[in-house]
Design a binder for this molecule. Sequence first.
Ligand SMILES: [Zn+2]
Length: 464
Amino acid sequence: MASLVVKAEWTILQTGGRQVPVRGVALVIDGNRIAEITETPPSDVQTIEVKGGIALPGFVNLHNHTINAPLFRGIVDDLPRSAVGESKVYSMLMPIGALAVSHLDPDELEALVSLGLLEVMKSGATTMVDQFRPRQTCILELARAWGLRLYGAPYLFSPVASIGDATVAQAASGSFEGETGLDAFNQLFDRFDQGPRGLQRVILGPHAADSCAPQLLESVNRLALARDLLVTIHLAQSQGEVDRVRRERNMGCVDYMESTGLLREGVIFAHGVHLTEEELRRVHGAGARLAHCPTVFLRGGKAPHYAHFARQGLAVGIGTDAERMDIFSQMRASGFASKQATGASQAATAADLLRAATVNGADAIRRPDLGRIEVGATADIVIVDANKPHLQPINDPIRTLVWYATAGDIDTVIVDGKPVIRSGAALGLDEAAIIRRGAGATRKAWDEARKRGHFPPEAEPIRT
Ligand SMILES: [Zn+2]
């Protein structure tokens, strides 16, 4: 029984293992499934039609921290290394993130997370893997209320005594008051996890290789295998992390993961920027997945790129890591970085990058029903309005999407068969109020960060 018809001028269909633009077809949706793809859809069913639009599978944002986008917007950009030391993550980002969760009252924290989540909702990501502090429960509540597909990974850290590096230990304890977070994980899992095909999942999110000791990672692995859950962890995101793992565990990052059981299918490593080529090949060979987040590194002067990972056989997914939660800009940045690094304009094509942001991300979370538009797939669909001067004329719709479109061009977002964005606006939400309240809460967290010395002078705005 058809419940919705979705029609655009072009639709990016999954056919024969490839994404192919097809003109003039409509998608007939039954509940949350694509039941039929046809040129003659039923006329007596609710229809969403975007004339001149391009329908594509919803993006899978494979690695994100929603709260961080508003929280660090305009304060971490352009920062010299001298202002933040070896690890911006531990010296600035984590302390401010912890502060936002501990200092803001529940309404303010919800306002901050709502601002970030509204940006995600309007980015075309219909699925997101997000790591957050367990007290930030509101992200799960908001995702449920707004109908978003969220794989939430509450952070886990080892107790301070088992973390060798003082800066890392301090950042971990500031986040957690010495708990590993496993109790909180269990509570959130019982309360929010909706099972293998549910909209909201609670998965395991140990923080990183240098903030989690073997005992915790082994517990995580056992729990994940017992409950058939995904695990995601930051890996080799800085040279400092690689050096700390070498010093404290006497091995490389991939060896360390293997020693705890986590070098396997069902594990998503975020970044892998400082893994060697041999380590990348081992990640691929073991069936683990990599979330590639280009702009958060490009902003700091490093250039991980799609072609680098593809050369070692990895089918990376794309994450935003909260630096501008716009998947279009991530695909483009990785593509440009690939071309620049290899000197080859055919490196990282639009087709490669769109597949990374959709199919590869879906496969990484064991959801072959997502990231594709085909009969039987779950109806997570985005329609870009291509009636824009920067998107016309169209030669190849996939190139138009990847090289020229932005999140601001999105007209419609459908998650699990239900529209959540129409005509570019979030249905049922007061966007202006969300923006106003979220910005206010963010400024309050910034003021407190200034008082506590987490806000480097270089982050202050230029004043006359
Ligand atoms: Zn991250």
